[in-house]
Design a protein around this ligand. Structure first.
Ligand SMILES: Nc1ncnc2c1ncn2[C@@H]1O[C@H](COP(=O)(O)OP(=O)(O)O)[C@@H](O)[C@H]1O
Ligand SMILES: [Mg+2]
Length: 330
């Protein structure tokens, strides 16, 4: 397949009894030119997965490939890596002492471009992210948060990436500029055709930008579907609770919603059976016929399926009918 393929990826930290498995066997595809969203609450392992994709952490297991080749075999020897990342906090990727021009220059190949080429390329990059040309001579502290994030995006684009991994890129920004950055990223994708893994704890953000949404819970992908379908007919109870927290989506969809009560479990000791069972509003703690969730780990189903959910009782039927709950319990 053309594009990014993750197979059984495992990312962990620490050793022995302090070992924490943050990503536990993730399969995911980001086909060429597609926008795939990854959503899940804080601590579910999204950033760990992102860092593994761009080589900032070494996975404990699994394969990460671009066009069927290990992603680590690309780049090097002055060649930019075709997978680039944009972080939540632009300040972490921009040196406060460097002008925008210097920051962008670092990401360009000075030798092949030459002085005039560099100037033109920096102009092109600023233009792409809709910043004025004179931004080039400013320092990060002279820019707003939104402008700094545009510079960080331009820096990632300097490598002419095939795949962009964008981790919570609007979370540190004022609400008023978040929409502008999301629109920019959508426009850039249309214009440049890269594929993207957009990571956010906010399902509304992912749905706004991405064609496909993957839902992550405690190190696992629990559901993958076309974003429209996920919003209309989510199958996993965790996805249904994420959607239920969004009033604008709740009204439009053909299902009943769930509310999550308990805290997320300790990732060092994930629950047996289905990891979601201690919090599942339609799981074994609520319904007598769901005892297998206590012991059997649900598999996400064939990767070839466009819509897959790792739940023993997943179904696209509306929740009330499926789970035999009275309306007052929903
Ligand atoms: N460098 C690290 N060392 C130890 N534990 C980590 C490290 N980075 C993340 N974790 C842990 O891994 C889990 C997943 O974290 P993270 O990947 O940041 O999730 P998310 O981005 O979804 O919030 C969390 O329990 C977090 O505390
Ligand atoms: Mg994160």
């Amino acid at each position: 397949m053309k594009g990014l393929t993750l197979r059984d990826v495992v990312v962990g930290y620490g050793h022995g009894s302090s070992r924490l498995v943050a990503v536990d066997g993730v399969d995911l595809e980001v086909p060429e030119g597609q926008l795939v969203g990854l959503v899940g609450e804080s601590g579910s392992g999204k950033s760990s997965l992102a860092r593994a994709i761009v080589g900032l952490v070494r996975p404990l297991g699994g394969q990460i490939e671009l066009d069927g080749r290990p992603v680590g075999s690309f780049g090097g020897r002055g060649r930019p890596h075709p997978v680039q990342m944009v972080f939540q906090d632009p300040d972490s990727s921009l040196d406060p002492r460097m002008t925008v021009r210097e920051s962008l220059s670092e990401a360009l190949d000075r030798r092949s471009l030459g002085r005039t080429g560099m100037r033109a390329e920096i102009g092109r990059l600023l233009d792409l992210v809709q910043l004025a040309g004179d931004t080039a001579d400013r320092l990060p502290r002279g820019l707003s948060g939104g402008q700094r994030q545009r510079v960080a995006i331009a820096r990632a684009l300097a490598a002419r990436p095939r795949v962009l991994v964008a981790d919570e890129i609007t979370s540190a920004l004022d609400v008023s500029v978040q929409g502008a950055i999301l629109n920019l990223i959508k426009e850039l994708q249309r214009e440049l055709g890269f594929s993207m893994l957009l990571i956010s704890h906010n399902l509304a953000v992912v749905r706004y930008v991405c064609e496909v949404t993957a839902v992550m819970y405690l190190g696992r992908i629990v559901e993958v579907a076309a974003s429209e379908e996920l919003a209309r007919a989510p199958e996993h109870p965790y996805s249904r609770s994420l959607l239920g927290a969004l009033p604008q989506l709740k009204a439009a969809a053909n299902t009943a919603w769930l509310t999550l009560e308990a805290e997320a479990p300790d990732p060092k000791q994930p629950p047996a059976g289905c990891r979601f069972h201690p919090r599942c509003p339609v799981g074994p703690l609520a319904l007598a016929d769901r005892q297998r969730c206590l012991t059997e780990d649900p598999q996400p189903g064939a990767a070839a399926r466009a819509h897959r959910a790792a739940c023993h009782f997943a179904s696209s039927a509306p929740l009330g009918q499926r789970d035999g709950l009275a309306p007052s319990q929903l």
